[in-house]
Design a protein around this ligand. Structure first.
Ligand code: SF4
Length: 360
């Protein structure tokens, strides 16, 4: 879709501007779905955890990112820092030397620089990796192998179900159309512990650790989905998943003062030790079955809304614990001005694909 067609294409705006909701709701007068088409690949729909979570947060946000391919142009230093850390860990887990992994990470930050005033600098990333290795050097685990090498950044796409759509946008009942739905993603790592149990590992860079972080990870649909995929790939369920968390906040000023007062580097070492936290979560088949049912129900809900030509807005997500939604300024405009704003230089094309996941 070029810019021109996108700006013109907004029949929904005309309906809402005219407050003619009743007309809009009457299927008989609707001739064209105002929503962009679903991004099908050879007739199939590929869904990953990012798509699912954006839908759950707000369907309007999902539309802007995944159907119109727009994302905010402002820098995302936390995401970019996480991508650099993931890059280095990937090479280490594939058996490359530390210096090679660090060189690859440095190259990442040359290609996608961090803002100069952000504490998550390339130097901070390098120190994080060096301290991470030191911190975990006694952990006993073995990277699992696949026929293509180590089970590291393992991409997958497995069929979840067939959705049958039997309703045209104009309300006519048609021959049912089959849309195969694939769940896809990339598993960071799979390992075997010393006791022979197998686990999925997910690296998480985060600005906050602690109880709330653990609560969030315990309920993670992403991790259940990856356990489901692991079973598809290997034939058996892992014992669970390990969240390998790396906190990325800046060193507090007090640490330097304490080091000076104690004439020792111990306060700094202590602070770094608190930056790393690995937590295992066991999983069983019942939880995976529930994830599967739940995911299918949410995708059917998404397709239902698409076939009815309107995605609801979830205003409870407009302003949240991480600040304002990236589309806040778009949704604050009158409906007919929003396409123009999305095409402005405040937004860029979203190059995300299901197999190139954000890494935060
Ligand atoms: S600003 Fe609110 S309504 Fe708009 S996309 Fe974001 S969460 Fe949805």
């Amino acid at each position: 879709m070029n810019d021109e067609t996108c700006i013109k294409q907004n029949p929904l705006a005309e309906v809402i501007e005219a407050m003619d909701i009743e007309t809009f709701v009457k299927a008989s007068v609707r001739t064209a779905n105002p929503l962009p088409p679903l991004p099908l690949t050879n007739g199939a729909l590929f869904i990953d955890n990012s798509v699912m979570s954006e839908w759950k947060q707000c369907p309007e946000q999902f539309k802007n990112r995944f159907l119109l391919n727009r994302t905010a142009a402002f820098e995302k230093p936390a995401l970019n820092f996480g991508s650099g850390i993931h890059d280095a860990l990937k090479w280490l887990e594939r058996g490359f030397a530390l210096e090679s992994a660090l060189a690859s990470m440095a190259d990442h930050f040359v290609k996608v620089p961090q803002p100069p005033d952000d504490h998550r600098s390339p130097a901070h990333a390098e120190e994080t990796i060096r301290r991470y290795i030191e911190h975990h050097k006694t952990d006993q685990w073995k990277v699992l192998q696949t026929d293509k090498g180590p089970f590291v950044e393992f991409p997958f796409a497995y069929k979840l179900f067939d959705s049958w759509r039997d309703r045209d946008y104009d309300g006519k009942i048609d021959m049912p159309t089959q849309i195969p739905i694939f769940f896809c993603g990339k598993i960071d790592l799979a390992i075997e512990k010393g006791d022979g149990t197998k686990w999925i590992v997910d690296h998480k860079t985060t600005f906050q650790l602690g109880k709330m972080f653990s609560y969030e990870m315990k309920k993670s649909a992403q991790m259940r989905g990856y356990c489901w995929a692991f079973k598809k790939a290997t034939g058996s369920l892992p014992s669970g998943y390990i969240v390998d968390a790396i906190r990325t906040n800046s060193e507090p000023k007090g640490v330097t003062n304490d080091c000076l007062l104690e004439d020792s580097d111990e306060p700094r070492k202590k602070w770094w030790r608190e930056q790393f936290f690995r937590e295992p979560f066991y999983i069983d088949q019942a939880e995976i079955n529930e994830w599967e049912l739940n995911t299918i129900a949410i995708i059917e809900q998404m397709l239902w809304h698409h076939s009815h030509g309107y995605f609801p807005q979830n205003d409870s997500w407009c302003v949240g614990k991480y600040g304002r939604c990236q589309f806040y300024d778009v949704c604050s405009l009158p409906v007919n001005q929003r396409p123009l704003m999305l095409q402005s230089n405040m937004f860029v094309e979203d190059t995300w694909t299901p197999l190139n996941k954000p890494t935060l």
